[in-house]
Design a protein around this ligand. Structure first.
Ligand code: ADP
Length: 322
């Protein structure tokens, strides 16, 4: 069985339920986070792949409840480390009278930030046994800066063990001290990764790149085996390195159109669901075209529903059409 490890933070989510005039605001509790969302869609669409979330939680009830939720979603908890004194991060989503959403975060000292400090040799051995290790710009940002060197050592160990490294740049400016810090870390990530799945928007804000060609050119100096550039409904560009047996050694380039969704309800998790399904499809030996088709269909479905994770039974109906 193939094994995928996704590294990052899963947070407690509080979502406003009533209207914006209620005092105090009424909230419903859930769990979400970019790599966690990708993990859920990966395992829902490819149930023959072992999916593990690599993170840290605390000893509190929310942490235990989150682990139960992960298990119920078939996301493995074998690689979840336990902090003795930290708890999970939290965020809330409020919607004002005009439907505009605002996000508030309490995550500065979350347990997930200390994952690298809690890492043991036993866990490193388990990580080495995976086929893919997935992380994002958000996963990188939440590692305590003084623990980042430890993270890059781990990546080197995994690469040496033959694990494929996957990076989604997902850029969130407020999680970084400044853009110099981000660019230094992204440079290391691009150097280390076999698969990179950027949305153009992330590179536009950070590097001023605004087209598929700009992003492709920017990524050329790195040894990226498969570069998957996303741009909402505007299509997907995939650039693959040829295997060394081929003579010309020129990368292959494919542009795949996306059918735009007419009624978008909530774009949360569009990129995450795309990534999860794309990677699951590639690990299941589907072609790039088949992988994009399934991933885009899934992301298109997810954005027609509110929230990051579409309710299980509704999603199950959709997977029958995939
Ligand atoms: P990210 O969240 O990483 O910025 P994008 O916004 O580029 O990602 O969206 C990821 C994927 O979601 C796209 O590649 C596409 O498949 C799908 N998607 C996003 N917006 C739309 C849309 N309006 N119509 C159809 N598909 C969409």
């Amino acid at each position: 069985m193939k094994k995928v490890v996704l590294f990052g933070e899963c947070m407690i989510e509080l979502k406003q339920t009533g209207n914006s005039n209620t005092v105090p605001v009424q909230m419903q509790q859930g769990f979400a986070g970019d790599v966690f969302n990708a993990a859920v869609y990966l395992t829902r669409c490819f149930n023959d792949i072992d999916i593990q979330l690599f993170t840290a939680l605390g000893r509190d009830d929310y942490s235990n409840n989150m682990k139960d939720y992960l298990k119920a979603e078939n996301v493995g908890t074998d690689l979840i480390l336990t902090s003795e004194d930290k708890i999970p991060g939290l965020y809330s989503i409020q919607t004002d009278s005009s439907g505009e959403r605002s996000f508030t975060y309490w995550r500065n000292d979350a347990a997930a930030r200390y994952t690298m400090e809690l890492l043991t040799d036993d866990i490193i051995e388990k990580l080495k046994q995976s086929d893919m290790f997935v992380f994002s710009g958000i996963s990188l940002a939440v590692i305590k800066p003084e623990l980042r060197e430890r993270f890059w050592q781990l990546i080197a160990q995994l690469k040496q063990a033959g694990v494929e490294i996957v990076f989604d740049p997902n850029y969130r400016p407020r999680l970084w001290a400044d853009t110099t810090e981000t660019k230094t870390q992204y440079e290391l990530a691009l150097q280390a990764s076999d698969y990179v799945l950027p949305g153009i928007e992330d590179f536009e804000v950070l590097y001023g790149l605004s087209t598929f060609e700009d992003v492709a050119d920017f990524c050329k100096p790195y040894n990226i085996q498969e570069l998957v550039i996303k741009d909402g409904p505007n299509g997907v560009l995939i650039i693959q390195q040829q295997s060394s047996e081929k003579n010309d050694n020129q990368p292959t380039q494919q542009f795949i159109n996306i059918e735009p969704v007419k009624t978008v309800i909530d774009t949360t998790s569009a990129g995450d669901s795309f990534n999860g399904v794309y990677l699951g499809a590639r690990l299941s030996d589907l072609t790039v075209e088949q992988a994009v088709s399934k991933a885009a269909k899934t992301a298109g479905f997810v954005i027609q529903h509110p929230g990051a994770i579409v309710e299980k039974s509704i999603f199950h109906q959709f997977t029958k059409t995939l």
